[in-house]
Write a protein that binds this ligand. Structure first.
Ligand code: SAH
Length: 362
C-alpha cells in the first residue's frame, strides 16, 4: 500500500503512470489531497473505477481533532490530533501581525530527554510521516479557517532526528500546487544534532534554523540537555558557525530561562562570549512550567536580557501566546495521556473514550 500524500507531485505522476494512468490525473489527485479529503471516494471528478483502484493501492491518514483549546486572550488554538494508529500529537495556531503561524510536531514523543520539556517524558513512540506533518498544517488551516503563512517546527519531537521525513515535508509544503509556503516562512528548531546540522547546511535552504542552546557552559547544558554530553557547547557553536558560512542564514538561539540554573550574570557573559563575531540572535523563552519537572521559571529574564544587550547581543523575549490554555507543546498530549492511563500510547483500537471534545476555555 502506498502512502499517497507523502509523495511529491512528480513521484505521484510517475506512480500513476506505472498504474497506466495519464499524467494530468496526478495534478487532479494532488489538488484533492490538499483540499483535505479523507477518502478517495471524495475525489468526485475521477471515475468510480479509478477511485476504487486508488483505494486498493493507496491509503490516506487524515488526523482527527482529539482535543481543541481556544485561547480567549489572543485566539491561539491548540490542537491535539489523533493519528490513524491512535497516537496523538499537537499543533498550535498562533496569530501574529505578520501572519498566522502553525507550530507542528514531527515525532510522537521525543528521545532527546531535555529536563524541562514535556514532550520527552515518555520517550519517543515513532516518527511521523511526511503526510502526517503536512496534514497538521492543512487541517489546522481547514478547521480554524485561518490561512497559514508561516510554519515553525517546534512542536513535539526533534526534527533532525527524523531528517529524511522533514526534508520531504519541506519539499511538499513548498510546492506551488500544494500549500505553497516559502522557505523563508519556515523555522526549524533543533536541540543541536551537529552531524545533521552539517547535512542540512548542504541543502542551502532559506529557512531559519533555531538552535536550542539553553546554557552557555557544558556543565549546565549537559545537566538539562543529555544531547550535550556527547557533543559539547564548543563543537555545537563551531557547527553553527559553519552553518552560517555555508548558508548565509543567521541562526536564532533559543534560551529557556530556568530559575537558578541558567539565568546568572556569569552565564549571560559566557553566552555573549560564545556569540562574539557570529551573526545571530538570542530568543529568551520564559520557561513553561511542566508539572512533572522540578525546574521553575526564572525571575531574571529582564536582567539577563539587559546584560546580553550591554554586550551587543541582539535579544528578544518570546511573547507568551495562549497562556490560558496548556502552554508549551507536549503538555496537552501529556495531559491526555495521564487521563487515559494505563493505556497511554495505543497502536490501535477504539480511542473514543479519550473524550473527543472541545476544551474551549471559559
Ligand atoms: N526538539 C526541537 C524542537 C522542539 S521544542 C528542539 O529541541 O529545539 C521547541 C523549543 O521549546 C525548544 O527550544 C525547546 O527547548 C523549548 N522548550 C521545551 N520545553 C520547554 C518549556 N517547558 N519551557 C520553555 N521552552 C521549552
Amino acid at each position: 500500500m502506498t502512502d499517497i500524500k507523502s509523495m511529491t507531485l512528480e513521484e505521484l505522476t510517475a506512480w500513476l503512470k506505472d498504474q497506466g494512468e495519464p499524467a494530468f490525473r496526478a495534478k487532479q489527485i494532488f489538488h484533492w489531497l490538499y483540499r483535505g479529503v479523507s477518502s478517495f471516494d471524495e475525489m468526485t471528478d475521477l471515475s468510480k473505477a479509478l477511485r476504487e483502484k486508488l483505494d486498493s493501492l493507496a491509503f490516506l491518514t487524515p488526523p482527527q481533532v482529539a482535543r481543541k483549546q481556544v485561547s480567549r486572550l489572543d485566539g491561539t488554538i491548540k490542537y491535539l490530533w489523533e493519528l490513524s494508529d491512535g497516537n496523538c500529537v499537537e499543533s498550535v495556531l498562533m496569530r501574529y501581525q505578520h501572519g498566522n503561524t502553525v507550530c507542528i510536531s514531527c515525532q510522537v514523543g521525543c528521545r532527546m530527554g531535555c529536563a524541562f520539556c514535556a514532550s520527552t517524558l515518555a520517550g519517543k513512540v515513532r516518527d511521523l510521516t511526511p503526510a502526517e506533518m503536512i496534514d497538521q498544517v492543512l487541517f489546522t488551516q481547514l478547521d480554524s479557517g485561518a490561512p497559514i503563512s508561516n510554519i515553525v517546527l517546534m512542536g513535539i519531537g526533534e526534527p533532525l532526528d527524523n531528517f529524511e521525513t522533514v526534508m520531504r515535508f519541506l519539499t511538499l509544503v513548498n510546492h506551488p500546487e500544494g500549500l505553497n509556503i516559502g522557505m523563508r516562512h519556515i523555522s526549524l528548531s533543533t536541540c543541536g544534532l551537529t552531524e545533521q546540522i552539517d547535512k542540512l547546511a548542504q541543502y542551502g535552504l532559506q529557512l531559519t534554523l533555531s538552535v536550542s542552546l539553553h546554557a552557555p557552559d557544558d556543565e549546565t547544558r549537559s545537566r538539562i540537555m543529555p544531547v550535550n554530553r556527547s557533543v559539547g557547547v564548543e563543537k555545537l557553536m563551531d557547527t553553527c558557525r559553519r552553518y552560517f558560512q555555508t548558508t548565509g542564514r543567521r541562526i536564532s538561539y533559543e534560551y529557556a530561562m530556568i530559575d537558578g540554573v541558567n539565568d546568572s550574570d556569569r552565564q549571560a557573559d559566557l553566552l555573549a562570549g560564545l556569540l562574539k563575531g557570529m551573526p545571530g540572535h538570542v530568543n529568551l523563552i520564559p520557561l513553561n512550567d511542566v508539572e512533572e519537572s522540578p525546574l521553575k521559571p526564572s525571575r531574571r529574564v529582564a536582567a539577563f536580557q539587559k546584560r546580553l544587550e550591554r554586550h551587543g547581543v541582539t535579544v528578544t523575549v518570546r511573547r507568551r501566546l495562549g497562556s490560558d490554555i496548556d502552554a508549551s507543546c507536549g503538555q496537552l498530549r501529556r495531559k491526555a495521556m495521564r487521563e487515559t492511563e494505563p493505556r497511554r500510547e495505543r497502536t490501535g483500537g477504539d480511542s473514543r473514550e479519550t473524550g473527543r471534545k472541545e476544551d474551549e476555555q471559559p
